[in-house]
Design a protein around this ligand. Structure first.
Ligand code: UTP
Length: 474
């Protein structure tokens, strides 16, 4: 049976007819699957992206004289600033207690650098307990809901690659006690050959598809749920959820739905807010928040010209120092406006993608051979009518799990978690051993259900506690 005319016509029109090369070898299921994948691709959009991002010029960075530093709520130095932050925390707490806050966790990435079998959120990261990233995040939501006496709904974005495994993991763990959990699936984009712009086949009956980036969150939140149930956005509206705390799966230190951050966002009447840390070196791999012609914008570290990245104040500090740690707050109404009015731009990511070659063999390339198209959530910033940028301390809130070894790997995350919990214990009055470099010599871990911060910990431990061996408080 030859392919249906519409399929051939559609692909030929966009120069992608090679996707049907193996059609005659496929069984009925394979043919139906491939036809459905092709039908789901927006080829007109893809054609534009290929012209722009594969064959086109790379986008020039904005001229240096237009780029300036962003205004940031810095870490408090004075009593007045500390009082202001306590006031903000009360505003944020009130928003949670009123049921107006929801949490979005994005976990649709492929996690290729970590190379772990299964969704990254299922990685056992607790330095003593081996609790998964998902467990740690979920327990923070549960603990905060208890503290404020109100359910905080958790929305987790998955991808078609990892959705079922993620659902199964939460079911097997009784949803870690969450009152309201909803998993929603993000969209996919085809990967293309970086030289020719031809869409790659992952196998004879499958297009090489990959998640469309964390910016895909916006469209996925607006998409109807399974069986035409309401979209996540509609459900949020029905529940009275107005403000969404957004974070990424790989950072176990994040202060989920941090009331202070929520309060600063609300006090500024912001539509989108960012947490930042001070970049330590010009080449540090963090998106940089700047102003371009006075408008806030994030520039990826890879797109920031070295002369801009390294520009310094007379005292030696980096001028463009605000590094985004991918912790945001977005107003629901802002997301609703973005999905109807704007589309986030796509970026290209040059990656290794396995493909079927002209001889029908699967090739696993040694070098990046493909372009993937991804949207980034931070590109929403310039579209926000008002925004806030809040500094946080790196040691306290940022240590992402990205790689199998080296920086940002299980070893560094374990150490940072243990160091942080060690310092919480000290603040609560305990004695904790330290190596000469200040790090703790063994695993220390505190479940969010036991304590969410040093103040809560203090009310739970014996005065004069001396920690002498690995400990997991839960
Ligand atoms: P990364 O940019 O680190 O990508 O994602 P990744 O896919 O997890 O890992 P690598 O690059 O393949 O090694 C940062 C966060 O954004 C989410 C990830 O799950 C992670 O929480 N993400 C990324 C999505 O939800 N969808 C995407 O399409 C991409």
């Amino acid at each position: 049976m030859s392919p249906e005319a519409w399929l051939v016509e559609r692909l030929e029109r966009y120069g992608q007819g090679h996707l049907l090369r193996w059609w005659n070898e496929l069984d009925a299921g394979g043919k139906a699957g491939l036809a459905a994948e092709v039908a789901a691709i927006d080829f007109a959009q893809l054609e534009r992206l290929i012209a722009e991002l594969v064959h086109g010029e790379t986008v020039a960075a904005p001229p240096a004289h237009q780029v300036g530093p962003i205004e940031v709520v810095r870490l408090p130095q004075t009593d007045g600033e500390r009082v202001a932050l306590r006031r903000a925390a009360a505003v944020g707490g009130d928003a949670i207690a009123a049921g107006e806050v929801g949490v979005i966790l994005v976990a649709g990435g492929s996690g290729t650098r970590l190379g772990f079998e299964g969704p990254k959120g299922t990685f056992p990261i607790g330095p003593v307990s081996s609790a998964s990233l998902f467990q740690i995040h979920a327990e923070k939501v549960v603990a905060l809901s208890r503290r404020f006496g109100r359910t905080i709904p958790l929305y987790i974005m998955t991808s078609p690659e990892n959705h079922e495994a993620t659902v199964a993991f939460f079911e097997a763990n009784d949803r870690f006690g969450l009152d309201h959990l909803r998993l929603f699936v993000q969209g996919q984009m085809p990967a293309v050959d970086r030289a020719s712009g031809k869409v790659l086949l992952a196998s004879k009956d499958h297009v090489a598809l990959s998640p469309d980036g964390h910016g895909g969150t916006l469209a996925a939140l607006a998409a109807p749920g399974p069986g035409s149930t309401p979209s996540c956005l509609d459900e949020m509206r029905q529940r009275g959820v107005r403000t969404l705390f957004y974070f990424q799966v790989d950072n176990p230190l994040v202060r989920v739905a941090d009331p202070t951050f929520l309060g600063l966002h609300r006090e500024a009447d912001a539509e989108m807010s960012f947490k930042v840390v001070e970049r330590l070196a010009p080449e540090e791999r963090l998106g940089v928040i700047v102003t371009v012609d006075g408008r806030p914008q994030v520039i990826e570290y890879s797109d920031l010209p070295p002369e801009l990245a390294g520009r310094r104040h007379p005292d030696g500090r980096l001028e463009l120092w605000a590094g985004s740690i991918a912790v945001h707050i977005l107003e629901r109404s802002f997301i609703e406006r973005l999905v109807t009015e704007h589309r986030l731009p796509f970026h290209r990511a040059i990656k290794k993608v396995a493909y079927v070659d002209d001889a029908g063999q699967t090739v696993k390339p040694e070098e990046p051979n493909a372009v993937k198209f991804e949207q980034f959530i931070f590109d929403a910033l310039p579209m926000a009518a008002r925004s806030t940028v809040v500094e946080t301390d790196r040691a306290g809130e940022f240590e992402p799990l990205k790689n199998a070894v080296g920086p940002d790997s299980p070893a560094t995350v374990h150490q940072r978690m243990s160091d942080q919990f060690g310092s919480w214990l000290e603040q609560a009055g305990a004695t904790v051993p330290r190596r000469p470099d200040g790090s703790v010599p063994f695993g220390i871990e505190i479940s969010p259900l036991f304590a969410l911060d040093p103040a809560e910990l203090k009310s739970k431990i014996e005065p004069g506690l001396v920690v002498e061996r690995p400990i997991y408080l839960h």
